[in-house]
Design a protein. Structure first.
Length: 101
């Protein structure tokens, strides 16, 4: 049984939006075993499953696909961020910085 990983990608640090991190990705968990071509000395791989990434709208769809195709899926869940709602007016509050004199 082939092993795959199901995960939700993190937000890109260079972008402020969450558009590309809304889907779930299923990819092979095997590391690429590169073989050296004896004639040219180039490194390559005969099995291209390592390069394939499938995108799904939900975690359940990805797991259903894995079980349908007899794949052993390992689900990696991420920590959900809690967003602290702040007001712009709080920056100018009188007692914002608490220092003792």
């Amino acid at each position: 049984m082939k092993r795959v990983i199901v995960y939700k990608p993190q937000k890109s640090p260079t972008q402020s939006g969450l558009k590309k991190s809304s889907c779930w990705i299923l990819e092979s968990s095997n590391s690429p075993d590169f073989e050296t071509d004896p004639l040219t000395g180039w490194k390559g791989k005969n099995n291209h499953d390592f390069y394939i990434k499938l995108k799904f709208n939900s975690k359940e769809e990805a797991i259903a696909y894995a079980t349908k195709n007899k794949l052993h899926a390992k689900v990696i869940t991420d920590k959900s961020k809690t967003i602290k709602i702040k007001s712009y007016a709080d920056n100018f509050r009188f007692n914002r910085i608490k220092t003792e004199l």
